[in-house]
Design a protein around this ligand. Structure first.
Ligand code: GN1
Ligand code: MG
Length: 366
C-alpha cells in the first residue's frame, strides 16, 4: 500500500468513518484504492494517485472528467432506446472536504471519484455473452459522447495512440540501446517487418476520411463494469485517457484485450490467440449501439485498427523495456519484454485471420 494513503483519504472523508482502504484493479500507470466508509451516507469511493510523469497536466484530466460527466448525465435524462431496462453509470468527481476537486500533497496529485457498486470487472472474457456485453458497453459509451464537441476536451496526452509517433520513439530509443539479447532481437525483427502501414489511420485522418471524436482511450476488458446480478455492462471506468481521438483506437484496444483468452499478462506465448468467436460477439454488441453514428469510412478502417492496436501496444512495451521500464509498472526486469511478445504474437494471429475479420465486420455493420 502507498504510504500516507490514510492521510489523503481523510482529506476526502471524515477519517473516523473510514472502515477500509484497499488496492483496486491492476492498472499499469496510476495507483487506485477503494475507500469504504460507514455511518451516515455509508458507501465507498475510489481514491487515485495520478501518475504525473504520464499525465503532466492533471488539472486538464480533471477538466475532461467534469466535461464528460456533465454531458453524459445530461444525456441520461432522456436515455437512448438501447438503454431501456438497463442501468448505466458514469464515475463522477467527488470533491475533497475542503471543496477543491483534488488534493496536491508532497508533489503528488490525488483525486477521488464515485464507485460503481454491485458490478465487477475481470481480466479475461468468460463467455460469448460477456463479450457481447463488453462490445455493447463500448458502443453505449461512444454513443453517449458522440455529440460531445471535441473542443470541450483537452488533449491530455499528446501523441497518445498516434502509432507512427510510437514507432519514431522506438527508433530513437533503439538507436541508443543496441543489444545482443536474442529475445529482444527477435521482437525487433518483428517490428522491422511491419514498418509499412503503421500510419494507416493517421493517413486516413489526414485525407479527411476519418475525424477525431471523443474517445475513451483505454477501453480494455477490465475497464468495462459488469452488473453482478444481470451480467449486463453498466459503465466504463478509468476515464483519464478520455480525449479527442479516433474511435478506431478504442475498438482495436477493446478487441485486442478481450479476444486473447489468456490475457495480456500471459507467460506462455503458445497459448496466445485471437478468438474469432469472441470478436464476433463483441462486434455484434458494439454495432448494436454504434452502427448509427459510424460513417462508411469509419467501417472501412475497422479491420485495420484491430490489427494495428496490438502492434502499437507491443511497440510501446518493447520501447519501455529498452528504456529501462520507466513508463509501465513492472514486477520483473523482463516484464515489458514478455508483454511485448504477447502483443506481437496476437498481431500475428490477427494478420492470419484478417479475411475472416473483414467478413465479420461487413456482416455486423452491413
Ligand atoms: C496502461 O494503467 P492502465 O493499465 O489503465 C496504458 C494503456 C495500455 C495499458 C496496457 C495512460 O493502462 O494505454 O493499453 O496500460 N495507459 C496509459 O495494459 O498509457
Ligand atoms: Mg488506463
Amino acid at each position: 500500500m502507498v504510504r500516507g494513503v490514510e492521510t489523503i483519504a481523510a482529506r476526502f472523508h471524515p477519517p473516523e468513518r473510514i472502515t477500509e482502504i484497499r488496492s483496486l484493479g491492476s492498472g499499469n500507470v496510476n495507483d487506485t484504492f477503494l475507500v469504504t466508509h460507514a455511518g451516515q451516507g455509508h458507501g465507498a469511493f475510489v481514491l487515485q494517485r495520478l501518475n504525473t510523469h504520464v499525465f503532466q497536466r492533471p488539472e486538464l484530466v480533471m477538466r475532461n472528467l467534469e466535461a464528460l460527466g456533465t454531458h453524459v448525465q445530461r444525456r441520461l435524462t432522456s436515455p437512448p432506446p438501447e438503454l431501456e431496462g438497463r442501468r448505466w453509470e458514469i464515475p463522477r468527481v467527488v470533491p475533497c472536504r475542503q471543496e477543491s476537486a483534488w488534493v496536491e500533497h508532497n508533489g503528488e496529485f490525488w483525486r477521488s471519484i464515485t464507485y460503481i457498486g454491485a458490478a465487477t470487472t475481470s481480466d479475461v472474457i468468460h463467455d460469448r455473452s460477456h463479450a457481447r456485453e463488453v462490445g455493447y458497453g463500448l458502443g453505449m459509451f461512444h454513443s453517449l459522447i458522440s455529440d460531445l464537441p471535441t473542443s470541450d476536451l483537452a488533449d491530455t496526452l499528446e501523441g497518445f495512440h498516434v502509432t507512427p509517433r510510437y514507432l519514431d520513439r522506438y527508433d530513437a530509443v533503439a538507436e541508443t540501446r543496441s543489444t545482443s539479447e536474442s529475445d529482444v532481437l527477435t521482437l525487433q525483427r518483428f517490428v522491422e517487418e511491419r514498418r509499412q502501414g503503421v500510419d494507416v489511420l493517421e493517413a486516413a485522418l489526414e485525407r479527411g476520411e476519418l475525424q477525431h471524436r471523443p474517445i475513451h482511450g483505454d477501453p480494455k476488458i477490465n475497464n468495462v463494469m459488469i452488473d453482478e446480478a444481470s451480467g449486463q455492462a453498466v459503465g466504463l471506468i478509468d476515464l483519464d485517457t478520455v480525449k479527442p481521438g479516433l474511435v478506431h483506437y478504442d475498438i482495436g484496444d477493446c478487441l485486442r484485450s478481450c479476444c486473447n483468452p489468456v490475457g495480456e499478462e500471459a507467460r506462455d506465448l503458445e497459448s496466445v490467440r485471437f478468438d474469432l468467436d469472441l470478436c464476433d460477439a463483441i462486434l455484434e454488441g458494439y454495432f448494436s449501439v454504434a452502427r448509427c453514428f459510424l460513417s462508411d469510412w469509419d467501417l472501412h478502417y475497422v479491420p485495420d485498427c484491430i490489427r494495428l492496436i496490438p502492434l502499437e501496444l507491443g511497440l510501446r512495451f518493447l520501447t519501455d523495456h529498452l528504456e529501462g521500464n520507466i513508463y509501465f509498472r513492472t514486477e520483473r526486469p523482463d516484464h515489458n519484454l514478455q508483454r511485448a511478445a504477447v502483443q506481437f504474437r496476437l498481431t500475428e494471429q490477427i494478420e492470419r485471420q484478417l479475411p475472416e475479420i473483414r467478413a465479420m465486420v461487413e456482416r455486423h455493420a452491413g
